[in-house]
Design a protein around this ligand. Structure first.
Ligand SMILES: O=C(O)CCC(=O)C(=O)O
Ligand SMILES: [Fe+2]
Length: 366
């Protein structure tokens, strides 16, 4: 009696696809079993109280801890960040109230009527029976007139601040006032975090100060509609990396944010009250010469209820071509990238967004 050996073909590799730099075809292989590599399985919590310390050694120690996480995970929860919980709760209450308005009222701030695409936008997804709302977003950006540290700008520099074209609900002045108060608080925190990143990357802690006097900042009040857990496309926001320098994300207690690890596995960033989630964006990865990692993430709201979040995206002054940091290069490790000007880059991204909008694809543009 003869036996025939069955040759088992190795399984086809499986990939996770994501959006980066205006393109949708980036992918990462899902690695399991022997192929799996060491990577994070949870998002770390970092106590950042000491970034505000008067003692340099304490600030340096905190910066080292933050930098380590930025190199390995690219995402962290920060606690003891100094922003009042009352203000955070007030901003969420207003966001809920904003999104609860009838669509035609929100459409008074339609993004596509603003030259820099600031305002309200709604995203739909196809279902077997038609269309469902997946997400609504109210987006506003840095306007130099609202910075507590008012910058001195030429008319040309002012024109580059895309937030001068923000659209606000006319009959609701408290909404604008609260959102600007929140922006002012987060501007303070961002400038402190950026000093921490500089220090952690081996530069002088004031290295970036001159180029964040009128920074590119965008804030989005996100509203993720509840989705049917059986739906084919569950993404409220598809897999992407953020293109800015870094993001300070404020999420409610519903959950749904997931972070892609090196094995192509999504790790949930479960809400932790009193914390923000901070993540490295593409721009910071670039100028750190790839020392910090801009990690892919997505949002799925299968909770059955509305989810609200508020990402705050932070970058440099628009008119500066930002080079790779000299502290991140050496003779053996020269700069991998040319200096990049944020105005040119974001103008191109807005052009792409217009294009992808026409094709019905969502570009995670801050
Ligand atoms: O809503 C969230 O939790 C994340 C939002 C996000 O990743 C983005 O807007 O880029
Ligand atoms: Fe994001």
């Amino acid at each position: 009696m003869s036996t025939t050996a069955t040759v088992v073909a190795p399984p086809e590799p499986q990939y996770e696809y994501y959006f980066r730099d205006g393109t949708t075809d980036n992918k990462r292989e899902i690695l399991t079993g022997d192929k799996a590599v060491p990577t994070f399985e949870e998002v770390p919590v970092v106590d950042i109280e000491n970034i505000f310390s008067n003692d340099f050694d304490e600030r340096l120690q905190a910066a080292k801890e933050v930098a380590e996480v930025c190199k390995t995970v690219g995402f962290m929860y920060i606690k003891n960040h100094g922003v009042s919980q009352d203000l955070i709760d007030e901003v969420f209450d207003m966001s809920r109230k904003y999104h609860a308005q009838p669509l035609e009222v929100k459409k008074e701030q339609d993004v596509y009527q603003s030259p820099t695409l600031r305002g309200y936008e709604i995203h739909y997804t196809k279902t077997p029976t038609g269309e469902a709302v997946k997400k609504g977003s109210f987006l506003y950006s840095y306007d130099p007139d609202n910075d507590p540290q008012v910058p001195k700008l030429t008319p040309e520099q002012r024109e580059l601040c895309i937030g001068i074209h923000n659209q606000w609900p006319e009959k609701w002045p408290e909404f604008r006032a609260t959102m600007l108060k929140y922006q002012a608080e987060l501007l303070k925190l961002s400038r402190a975090l950026l000093r921490t990143f500089a220090l952690g990357l081996g530069a002088d802690e004031n290295y970036f100060d001159p180029i964040v006097t009128a920074p590119f900042v965008s804030i989005i009040l996100q509203h993720y509609a509840p989705r049917d857990p059986q739906a084919e496309d569950l993404d409220g926001l598809g897999a992407h990396s953020d293109f800015e320098t870094f993001t300070i994300l404020n999420q409610d207690m519903i959950g749904g944010l997931e972070i892609l690890n090196k094995n192509g596995i999504y790790i949930p960033a479960k809400p932790i009250r009193g914390t923000f989630v901070v993540n490295v964006g593409d721009f910071l990865q670039r100028i750190s010469n790839d020392q910090f990692v801009s990690t892919v993430h997505r949002v799925r709201n299968s909770s059955g209820v509305n989810r609200y979040s508020i990402p705050f995206f932070f970058s440099f002054n628009m008119d500066v071509a930002v080079p790779v940091m000299p502290a991140c290069t050496s003779e053996d490790n020269p700069a991998k990238y040319e200096p990049r000007n944020l105005h040119e880059y974001t103008a191109e991204r807005r052009r792409l967004k217009m294009e992808t909008h026409k094709k019905g694809i969502h570009d995670a543009l801050g």
